[in-house]
Design a protein around this ligand. Sequence first.
Ligand code: GLY
Length: 382
Amino acid sequence: MSNRQSKGNRQSEGSPRPTGNRRQVIPLDLGPDSYDITVSYGLRERLGDELSSWNNGQRWVVLSQPQILQHYQGVVDGLQNSGINLGVIEVPGDESAKNIAVAEKVWSEMVEMGCDRSSILLALGGGVVGDLGGFVAATYMRGITIIQVPTTLLAMIDSAIGGKTAVNLAAGKNLVGAIHQPGAVIIDPGFLATLPRRNVVSSLAEAVKYGFIRDRSIFDIFESRFEQLLELRDQALLTEIIVKSCRIKSRIVANDQFENGERRLLNYGHTIGHAFETLRDYGGLYHGEAVLFGMKCANYISHKKGLLSSQQYLSAQAVLDRFPLPELGQLSPQQVLDVVQHDKKNVNGKLNFILLEGIGNAVVSTDVSSDDIVDSLSVVNR
Ligand code: GLY
């Protein structure tokens, strides 16, 4: 896969105080697989221009979902009007789309549409479309280019960046997949306007996570401008959070694409959070909400082990406590432990747990016991 075209479009990173619709470009350096993450309000209206350097007259496919096309058919029409020869494939509007049978259907439709090795798959949607689209692109004719156009906050700041692609098995989520980096990631925060507020607010969990693990300035924004941020109306502030988050994710992926070290830090809050999500049957609880609960537990353990001072612990929990969260209900500690111990991220049965050694500095610990995990549930089982 060549990313030559996207590099040609690269601009230097801007000042740290962005406005909403200034085009900002964050490079993700991965040698020949490098690409740019471009952020600006209004990009969806000029997507054809934005992608013109990718268009060689080849067949494109836009992968999306009915609820997205209901709002954004105009985006597809705009691409067509700009001369892109595209077909559209719709997949189910929920997690059930991340399935090998759906992937097979998409591969077959792409053959019928005349897609070949030069084709480009444009994933227009959230994490489901991005993960499925990435998997289909990684495997169709041994790999074609994918361009990620995320429409949810979770996808904008996390899943569309870094090349993780997957489908689910009955035995668990994301068990089959590949690392296949996109050719470009195009982020228009304007897409968030048509999402339910709970979806956007819960996804801010991944942004505050970047503050905890790597960038204290993100945490400071949550501490000082929490209400303003949760209103979701301040375009400049939302853009600032998105750009800062993308920068952190981009640096971590550039340093550790295959998750042998630093990339594991992104799992902060996810080990126990994933157990909550599983026990709530994926659905009752949004991913971001599960991670918020999981971060509370991880902070508790970090404090208990003396890595996080009492003052830092109280400020960290105070920010997390301000997020609107549903009732988690009473969870059986044994069930939580069972899920944590079966997490696919454990290697040779060893749990790699992410803790904080201060706000803005995460570390990998192999020293978290079952008792630590059970104790930490006291901060969420209330
Ligand atoms: N979402 C975590 C990662 O990309 O590594």
